[in-house]
Ligand binder design. Structure first.
Ligand SMILES: Nc1ncnc2c1ncn2[C@@H]1O[C@H](COP(=O)(O)OP(=O)(O)OP(=O)(O)O)[C@@H](O)[C@H]1O
Length: 246
């Protein structure tokens, strides 16, 4: 498996506290990965480092076939290189329709000059319809985003990220606040998206992680504590101790 993202010996401290401690792991180009770990394990900081929000004190973060350093790029350059991040709370334009939200996301993909001369076209309308279909919102395409359920808003935001054609999608706690039916649809969606790209899901909900049926990386104190199938890592005595306490 060739790595799309290689995190190598990365450390970062905040006021002397090592939030990420010699962290190393790889994500393949076509892969679904769950990252789990107790509160404060470093999951958010890991995503902040990959997206350029936080610069580590040591280590390397390499990207793509030519192993470019993400640490030399700013947040916008990293996003353009193909890293999309879905935050926990949806940030869609509530007063705009699903199709207008997706159209704006397509437009944002053009860069400053592209945006200046951009006009909606038949091609962009077709792409908007395709994106809505991809995230299961075809029937909601003319509804205002503010009228959607929490789960549907999350899917819309995923659709907006897909407009940017990311090669790696980082998804932070997608199951939070969703109904059971929405969670099931979300696992199906994430599994499908990971058939053609890398998707990394940070999640606390173990039932949700189980349904993803993917490799799991357990973080603890800023390092990888265990890695493998969910059954494999949950049998690991170190993982049991960290989760169930001493
Ligand atoms: N900007 C910061 N300044 C100081 N400390 C920070 C900062 N960001 C994170 N930390 C600390 O680093 C550690 C790792 O935090 P992080 O948010 O990455 O953990 P997490 O695994 O995402 O936790 P949670 O599951 O609670 O979201 C925590 O102890 C946190 O308090």
């Amino acid at each position: 498996m060739s790595a799309l993202l290689e995190v190598d010996s990365v450390s970062v401290s905040f006021d002397g506290f090592k939030a990420i401690n010699n962290l190393s792991f790889n994500i393949g180009a076509v892969e679904l990965r769950a990252v789990i770990g107790p509160n404060g394990a470093g999951k958010t900081t890991f995503m902040d480092i990959v997206t350029g929000k936080t610069k580590p004190d040591a280590g390397r973060v390499l990207w793509g076939e030519d192993s470019r350093s993400l640490l030399k790029m700013n947040e916008a350059q990293i996003a353009r290189a193909g890293v999309g991040r879905k935050f926990q709370r949806p940030t869609v334009f509530e007063d705009q329709s699903v199709s207008a939200n997706l159209t704006m996301a397509l437009k944002a993909n053009r860069g400053p000059f592209g945006v200046l001369f951009w006009r909606p076209s038949a091609t962009s309308a077709a792409r908007v319809a395709e994106l809505a279909e991809e995230v299961g919102l075809s029937e909601q395409i003319d509804r205002k985003a503010g009228e959607l359920s929490h789960g549907q808003k999350q899917w819309l935001e995923i659709g907006m990220l897909l407009a940017q054609e990311p090669r790696l999608l980082l998804v932070d706690e997608p199951a939070a606040g969703m109904t059971l039916a929405e969670r099931e649809q979300t696992t199906t969606l994430l599994r499908r998206l990971a058939e053609t790209r890398a998707v990394v899901v940070v999640e606390h909900d173990m039932d949700f992680v189980r349904r993803l049926e993917c490799k799991v990386t357990v973080l603890h104190q800023g390092s990888v504590l265990a890695e493998g199938s969910l059954d494999h890592v949950t049998r690991n005595p170190d993982v049991i101790e960290v989760y169930l306490g001493r």
